[in-house]
Design a protein around this ligand. Structure first.
Ligand SMILES: Cc1cc2nc3c(=O)[nH]c(=O)nc-3n(C[C@H](O)[C@H](O)[C@H](O)COP(=O)(O)O)c2cc1C
Length: 308
């Protein structure tokens, strides 16, 4: 087992928030996608109340339906308006679309006992975060991730004064019986916030969250604002985690555009203590499980070689 400043994990490969829903998604598909194989699976961000977020659906255009018929694939007549694919990447505006913490605790948490869960929480006031932290104290989970970096909610995290950030993380530290992680944005004072997190006793930081972007539909001029993830943000993520590493000793969970083993290695070279897979699950869902299995095999071989 590996001790990341109090977060005890079996390996350094995490699933980032939102990629496998609440850790329950794919529990049936273990030969290909195994949520139990990772060091930790971070849930989609939960809020105190159930939230619709920006979730909605719009009809798929008739030419696209014809395309689906010609390709012989399952016909999808509606597409979610919270997600758009751009080559190799996603732009999403989920806006904390979730079932609310009480329903998570009663309906989903009991079904994910074999998954090493980190629960991500988001609130609209310090009081809300604290209320959730108290509810989570009753659960057996690896840690709690405090989301203060989502670009799709009506809070401008970057203009939050660090004093307010400090009050939030301090209060969470006082109230929580679990290890705590703070999820940082690539914008704003991420180094100062990593320092503050370290000083108040937060166990680790994770970086980066998605970065706000805009798609302008070429045919209609329609605007789609949302958080960009995937390949397009990898170099930004690498810069951010390497800058944090230079300044602060706190463990870092690094992610953003990790699609293969080489990407993991690049993140480890910046000095992160664990890596996280996100968007890759939407393009090649089996790949992260496969990377962890390959890594485990290699580690076993090395151990065997060491015996002779
Ligand atoms: C569909 C989708 C949903 C996400 N939901 C959340 C979320 O609920 N909370 C959160 O902190 N990050 C969320 N993220 C951000 C990811 O956890 C991750 O930080 C980001 O996508 C960068 O990693 P990637 O490039 O590997 O995807 C989401 C990302 C995607 C693509």
């Amino acid at each position: 087992m590996i001790d990341l400043n109090g977060i005890i994990v079996k390996n350094r490969f995490f699933v980032s928030s939102g990629a496998l829903a609440f850790g329950n998604k794919y529990l049936w598909a273990k030969p290909f996608i195994d949520p139990t194989i990772f060091g930790a699976v971070v849930t989609r961000t939960l809020t105190l109340e159930q939230r619709q977020g920006n979730f909605g659906v719009s009809p798929v255009k008739p030419d696209r339906i014809l395309e689906q018929i010609l390709w012989g694939v399952q016909i999808i007549k509606e597409r979610p308006t919270v997600l758009r694919k751009i080559p190799g990447e996603w732009i999403n505006r989920m806006g904390w679309w979730n079932i609310g913490i009480d329903r998570y605790i009663s309906e989903i948490y009991p079904k994910t006992k074999e998954v090493p869960i980190i629960v991500s929480i988001g609130g609209f006031s310090i009081k809300e975060y604290i209320e959730m932290i108290r509810k989570l104290n009753e659960l057996e989970i690896l840690a709690v991730e405090i989301n203060v970096s989502c670009p799709n909610v009506e809070i401008d995290w970057e203009t939050w004064r660090n004093l307010r950030f400090e009050s939030l993380v301090k209060r969470c530290r006082e109230e929580s019986k679990h290890p705590l992680i703070v999820k940082l944005s690539a914008k704003g004072d991420y180094i100062d916030r990593a320092y503050i997190a370290q000083d108040v006793g937060i166990n680790a930081v994770s970086a980066i969250n998605t970065i706000k972007g805009l798609i302008v539909e070429p045919k209609t001029g329609e605007f789609f604002y949302g958080g960009i993830s995937g390949k397009r943000i990898k170099e930004i993520a690498l810069r951010v985690v390497s800058e944090i590493r230079k300044e602060v000793d706190i463990p870092i969970i690094g992610g953003g555009g990790i699609y293969n083993w080489k990407d993991c290695q690049q993140f480890f070279w910046t000095g992160v203590n664990a890596v996280s897979f996100g968007s890759i699950f939407f393009f090649q869902p089996w790949k992260p499980t496969w990377i962890v299995r390959m890594h485990q095999k290699e580690a076993e071989n090395e151990k065997l070689c060491g015996m002779f």
